[in-house]
Write a new protein. Structure first.
Length: 173
């Protein structure tokens, strides 16, 4: 039974990309509010192992999954991003309708530029500064700016939030 300080107690969450950046921050946050985690990583087993050790993990088979956090990355400013964003927006709405009556909600958290290794990879100082200059808050986001919303959406408190794409971007357009 979920409690106020552990609203995800006894719930199982799959978190992809959990070895670094936003995925790591999400995994740590969900664990801090009671979730049991199934971690996925794509490139750094050592980092994923460190995340697993930093949260209380119990080796048991997950008979069911309560929460799925699937992360993706597309580079802002590329022409193809418009099509990807439109497809995700539509997919979330369709999922919300198709899951009608199941008690399952479908939402998308869409972060703007977040200061992670993945964001900085291949960018010059000038490119990073341009992203900062274009943001009304005059800074890059931090993983900690994203995780409280993800945590909220994973709890029962968000049961009336469904079919939404929520942008966490400091006003970045």
């Amino acid at each position: 039974m979920a409690t106020g300080s552990n609203p995800l107690q006894d719930r199982v969450a799959i978190v992809t990309g959990a070895s670094s950046g936003i995925g790591r921050a999400i995994a740590l946050h969900l664990a801090s509010i009671g979730a049991k985690l199934v971690l996925n990583y794509s490139s750094n087993k050592l980092q994923a192992d460190l995340v697993a050790k930093s949260v209380e993990t119990r080796r048991r088979r997950a008979d069911y999954i309560d929460i799925i956090i699937s992360r993706g990355f597309a580079e802002a400013g590329k022409r193809y991003i418009c099509g990807i964003e439109a497809a995700i927006d539509t997919m979330v709405k369709i999922l919300a309708k198709e899951l009608k009556g199941t008690g399952i909600t479908a939402n998308c958290v869409s972060p703007g530029p977040i200061a992670t290794d993945m964001f900085f990879a291949g960018r010059t100082k000038e490119m990073v500064q341009k992203a900062i200059d274009e943001c009304p808050l005059r800074r890059l986001g931090q993983s900690e700016d994203v995780v409280p919303l993800v945590g909220f959406l994973a709890t029962d408190a968000s049961e009336w939030v469904n079919g939404q794409v929520i942008r966490v971007n400091g006003g970045y357009v």
